[in-house]
Design a protein around this ligand. Structure first.
Ligand code: GLU
Ligand code: ZN
Length: 295
C-alpha cells in the first residue's frame, strides 16, 4: 500500500501573539512536513471570540511571514466552520452519544475536575445547556513519535467532556478533530501540553469514523516558575528583527545543530538548512524545557 502524502499543519489560537514556544511548535511542524515533501497548512483556531486579542490574527501571520514560513493554500478559520461543527453535535445528540448538561458552575466545582455523568440520562433540552460526549470506561493508548507510549483512561482520568459550551461556543476538542480530518492532516506536530488531549481526540475520531493522524508532541518551553509561555502568561510577540537568531535557538531547542554562522543568514536560509538536516529523532524526549536552560 502506498503511504498517503504528508499533510501537516500549524494551528495557532489568536488569544495571544506568537512567542518562542509557539515558534518551536511551528518550526517542528513545518520542518517535519517539508522534509517529507509534504504540504503545510495554517489554521486559525479562533473559536473563542471573547478571549481573542484584537489584531492577534494579523500579527501571527505577520510574524510567520517575517520568520520565512510559507504555508499552502488559504488560511482556514474555525470561525467559518460553525455549520460543520453544529451538524456533528446534532448527529451525536441524535445517536445518544452526547447529551445536554445543565450543571451549574458551583456543581461542577464540587465534582472536582472529573465530571461524574450527572446529566447523562436526564434528557435536558439542549438550549442553554453544555453538550457533553459520553466517554467509555476504557484506556486509550497511542505511540507518540517523540514522547513514546501514552496511556489515559478516559472514564477515570477525563470523564464526559464538553463539545459545545453552554454559551454556544464549540470546544477545541471537537473542532480540532473535525478540521484535521477535513483538511486531510496526516501528521499532527504540536506542543506537549496537548498530549493529554490526544486520547479525547482519538476517541472522537473513532466515534465519527475519521482517520487517525500520526502524532508528534514537542517539548513545551516553560519559564523558571513552571508557567508556559503565551496563553495565560502574556509573553511578548516574537521580535521581528531577530528572526534568524530566534529560529536557530528554536532549532537547538528541538535538538538540531545549526552551525553558528547560520544566525547571519536570512530566515528562509535557516528554514532551508533545517529542512535539509531535520532529524525528528533528535528532539528531546521530554514534556517541557526550561527556556533559561536552552542551549
Ligand atoms: N490551537 C492550539 C494551541 O494554540 C493548538 C491545537 C493543535 O495543534 O492541536 O495551543
Ligand atoms: Zn450536568
Amino acid at each position: 500500500m502506498t503511504q498517503p502524502p504528508y499533510i501537516g499543519r500549524f494551528a495557532p489560537t489568536p488569544s495571544g501573539y506568537l512567542h518562542f514556544g509557539s515558534l518551536v511548535a511551528a518550526l517542528a511542524s513545518y520542518l517535519d512536513a517539508r522534509s517529507a515533501g509534504g504540504r503545510w497548512l495554517l489554521r486559525m483556531e479562533d473559536l473563542d471570540p471573547p478571549r481573542e486579542i484584537p489584531g492577534a490574527q494579523a500579527e501571527i501571520l505577520r510574524s510567520l511571514e517575517a520568520y520565512g514560513f510559507a504555508w499552502d493554500g488559504p488560511v482556514i478559520r474555525q470561525s467559518e466552520r460553525h455549520e460543520a461543527y453544529a451538524q456533528v453535535v446534532e448527529r451525536l445528540l441524535a445517536q445518544g452519544l452526547a447529551y445536554a448538561c445543565t450543571c451549574s458552575r458551583k456543581q461542577l466545582e464540587a465534582y472536582g475536575g472529573i465530571y461524574p455523568g450527572t446529566c447523562r440520562n436526564a434528557l435536558h433540552p439542549t438550549r442553554d445547556a453544555a453538550i457533553r460526549i459520553r466517554v467509555p470506561q476504557l484506556e486509550y493508548r497511542f505511540v507518540d513519535r517523540v514522547q513514546g507510549e501514552f496511556l489515559q483512561h478516559l472514564g477515570r482520568e477525563v470523564g464526559d467532556f464538553v463539545i459545545r459550551r453552554r454559551d454556544g461556543l464549540f470546544a477545541y476538542q471537537l473542532a480540532v478533530v473535525l478540521d484535521d480530518a477535513w483538511q486531510g492532516i496526516t501528521d499532527v506536530v504540536r506542543g506537549a501540553d496537548l498530549l493529554d488531549s490526544t486520547p479525547r481526540q482519538l476517541y472522537l475520531q473513532e466515534l465519527l469514523g475519521l482517520p487517525q493522524p500520526r502524532y508528534l508532541h514537542v517539548p513545551l518551553i516553560v519559564q523558571a516558575d513552571g508557567s508556559k509561555l503565551g496563553k495565560s502568561y502574556r509573553s511578548p510577540a516574537l521580535p521581528a528583527d531577530q528572526a534568524s537568531r530566534q529560529l536557530c535557538r528554536a532549532l537547538r531547542a528541538l535538538g538540531q545543530q545549526p552551525p553558528v554562522a547560520l544566525q547571519a543568514a536570512t530566515p528562509r536560509a535557516v528554514l532551508d538548512w533545517g529542512c535539509a538536516h531535520w532529524q525528528a529523532e533528535a528532539i528531546p524526549r521530554c514534556r517541557s524545557l526550561l527556556e533559561s536552560q536552552l542551549p
